[in-house]
Design a protein. Structure first.
Length: 191
């Protein structure tokens, strides 16, 4: 991964998992607030993260609390990317809850602060989540993306995801409509 300059220094990004965050007395308590700032800023700038308007801090905190609880029982993975002591990206997947879908998981969010776009952080973050899914025995990792999110779709394809469906004009943002693109990474084909 590329290093990036922060405050005149060069630092290597650190990718932490949920256990790392929980044991970090400084980062852990600030994680939800830092994650909210990234998500709210990205959504405000039009990012395709599932919200039309920036979510409230409590909404992001509740979402992350649920993901962290699911990681404790092996039903999710959470990764956070820090440069120096600042959160610059986060992502997670969760296992499907329906009994017939339990071997599978959905990569639900990958969010990287705009200030560090283009530095390989999204790729490293997504690759770490894919590795976590393999290690957890996930058979198929799915995701969906807004059709105009060409950068994310290119990244997912480069990591082995394939498109398996598309709903034309399904995502409504005001008067604009976008395709919803479904992708999958089938680990069963690796065996």
């Amino acid at each position: 991964m590329n290093t990036a300059s922060t405050g005149g220094r060069t630092c290597e990004p650190a990718i932490l998992d949920a256990a790392d965050l929980a044991s970090d007395a400084e980062r852990g308590p600030r994680f939800a607030a830092s994650a909210h700032r990234i998500v709210a800023d990205l959504v405000r700038d039009g990012a395709a993260l599932g919200w039309v308007d920036p979510p409230a801090p409590d909404e992001v905190a509740d979402l992350l609390d649920g993901v962290i609880a699911a990681t404790r029982v092996g039903d999710a993975a959470l990764r956070a990317v820090y440069m120096d002591r600042s959160l610059v990206g986060l992502g997670y997947w969760t296992r499907y809850t329906r009994p017939t879908h339990r071997p599978h998981a959905d990569l639900e969010k990958v969010a990287v602060a705009a200030a560090v776009h283009g530095r390989g952080i999204g790729r490293a973050l997504t690759a770490a989540l894919v590795a976590d899914a393999r290690k957890a025995g996930i058979e198929v990792l799915t995701l969906d993306a807004r059709g105009d999110n060409s950068g994310a779709l290119h990244l997912y394809r480069s990591l082995g995801f394939t498109e398996y469906g598309r709903l034309p004009g399904f995502v409504a943002v005001g008067e604009r409509r976008y395709d919803k693109v479904f992708c999958m990474l089938d680990f069963r084909q690796e065996a």
